[in-house]
Ligand binder design. Structure first.
Ligand SMILES: *[C@@H]1O[C@H](CO)[C@@H](O)[C@H](O)[C@H]1NC(C)=O
Ligand SMILES: *[C@@H]1O[C@H](CO)[C@@H](O)[C@H](O)[C@H]1NC(C)=O
Ligand SMILES: *[C@@H]1O[C@H](CO)[C@@H](O)[C@H](O)[C@H]1NC(C)=O
Length: 432
């Protein structure tokens, strides 16, 4: 069934409620590679030396990131997750890497990664132990922050296991202060709201003041149902989380699992498109040494990355759910708009979604340029108020468009309104 659309209305968009963490970092969503989803807590270097958590893995990943265009595409941070640690602190009470798997130590690894023009991310935990049972930072925030700074670490992912939930806020804020006190700017990636949600609605004003990005929902798995549940969570909570995003402060829906085993190509396109719409940090968790060319091309697609990194720095949101389609939109710099149409009907072939500029679609008054970016690049040309445009959307796939006004009212911010085939107006689900 075809669905009609839409009108752009003028609306002032408020800026985020409070200041973001002032460390000069993550002014655009952070991009890099993180080991967890693909390599987990594989510490068996005897039987699986190529895939175990060891300095070799990150050095090889850094090499490939430079050689194969990842760095050039914007992926900059090479990040460790859980299981890099020794079970024991050193004689001065400092965390140390497992000496068998990281014989050179983290400082040397950071130097190596820096020599490639990349940055190093590390992992620790706000509680008494990490999720995998290694030493946690509780009671050691200042020591650990200083240790990471001394090593030249550029990003800290701070997990939330093994701490009474009533202390989460204090713990995350204390670590934020400890990082600041080192005098070295370190991207601070939190999981504070994820661990608070079961008990209380998190205070996103406080979170964005302390953290550069924060996880809200469960760990991503290598499956469409997992990616879909994260997207559904973001949609269900968008009036809480979307206003919290902005330069230096981002909602983190977790890693990109593109290039692994669980997603069809259409589903990989959906993850990439929706992570761009959601202004998500882009941390790939895959094996860059062995990745299929099509997934690589998708992950390095400059037009999609440009949407993710858009200078207006506004997170997009679900605008309409109708006929098993979800229409997501993200306002972009210079009154452009990105539109992602997701087909959640997981049966049959591609279905047509009708995009017709209706009276009031100001962005197309008198005309606009529409470009299709996914599933493949196509200039759809100049559209006017009279246009009828039908895009095809694959099952569990996403068709991604950008809309660029050619002329019209240059001032102001535009929003879409949607109208179905019966002519019923659907107001945006979100009012910023
Ligand atoms: C520490 O915080 C102050 C005040 O917010 C800020 O001006 C400064 O740049 C921060 N320093 C680092 C290293 O993050
Ligand atoms: C945070 O720091 C304050 C001030 O030093 C201290 O009183 C409090 O116990 C700390 N909380 C946690 C969870 O570390
Ligand atoms: C949320 O945090 C902010 C900043 O720390 C604080 O001013 C505000 O009172 C908090 N709100 C609630 C409801 O606790």
């Amino acid at each position: 069934m075809l669905v009609g659309l839409f009108a752009l209305l003028l609306l002032a968009v408020s800026s985020p409620a409070a200041e973001a963490l002032d460390n000069g970092l993550a002014l655009k969503p952070t991009m890099g590679w993180l080991h967890w989803e693909r390599f987990m807590c594989n510490i068996d270097c005897k039987h699986d030396p190529d895939n175990c958590i060891s300095e070799r893995l990150y050095m090889q990943m850094a090499d490939v990131m430079v050689k194969e265009g990842w760095k050039e595409a914007g992926y900059e941070y090479v990040c460790l997750d859980d299981c890099w640690l020794s079970y024991y602190r050193d004689t001065k009470g400092r965390l140390q890497a497992d000496p068998r798997r990281f014989p050179g130590g983290i400082k040397q690894l950071a130097d190596y990664v820096h020599s490639k023009g990349l940055k190093l991310g590390i992992y620790a935990d706000v509680g008494s132990e990490t999720c995998a049972g290694y030493p946690g930072s509780f009671g050691h925030y200042e020591t650990d922050a200083q240790t990471f700074a001394d090593w030249g670490v550029d990003l800290l992912k701070f997990d939330g296991c093994n701490l009474d939930w009533t202390l989460l806020g204090e713990g995350y804020v204390n670590m934020s202060r400890a990082l600041n006190k080192t005098g070295k700017s370190i991207v601070y990636s939190c999981e504070w709201p994820l661990y608070e949600w079961p008990y209380v609605k998190p205070n996103y004003t406080a979170i964005r003041e302390a953290c550069n990005h924060w996880r809200n929902s469960a760990d991503v798995y290598d499956s469409w149902s997992s990616v879909k549940s994260i997207v559904d969570w973001a949609a269900a909570n968008q009036d809480i989380i979307v206003p919290a995003a902005g330069p230096g402060a981002w909602n983190d829906p977790d890693m990109l699992v593109i290039g692994n085993f669980g997603l069809s190509h259409a589903q990989q396109e959906s993850q990439m498109a929706l992570w761009a719409i959601m202004a998500a940090p882009l941390f790939m968790s895959n094996d860059l040494r062995d990745i299929c060319p099509r997934s690589k091309k998708l992950l390095q697609n400059k037009r999609i990355i440009d949407i993710n990194q858009d200078p207006l720095a506004k997170q997009g949101y679900l605008a309409l759910k109708v006929d098993s389609f979800q229409v997501w939109e993200r306002p972009l710099f210079k009154n452009r708009v990105a539109i992602a149409v997701l087909n959640v009907q997981e049966i049959g072939g591609a279905r047509g979604f009708f995009v017709g500029a209706a009276p009031g679609w100001k962005i197309c008054k008198p005309s606009c340029n529409v470009t299709q970016i996914l599933p493949h690049y196509k200039e759809l040309g100049v559209q006017t108020l009279q246009s009828n445009l039908v895009v095809k959307v694959n099952p569990s796939g996403t068709t991604l468009l950008t809309v660029t006004p050619i002329s019209g009212d240059p001032a102001g911010v535009y929003r879409l309104h949607w109208q179905d085939s019966a002519g019923t107006r659907h107001k945006d689900t979100l009012v910023l």
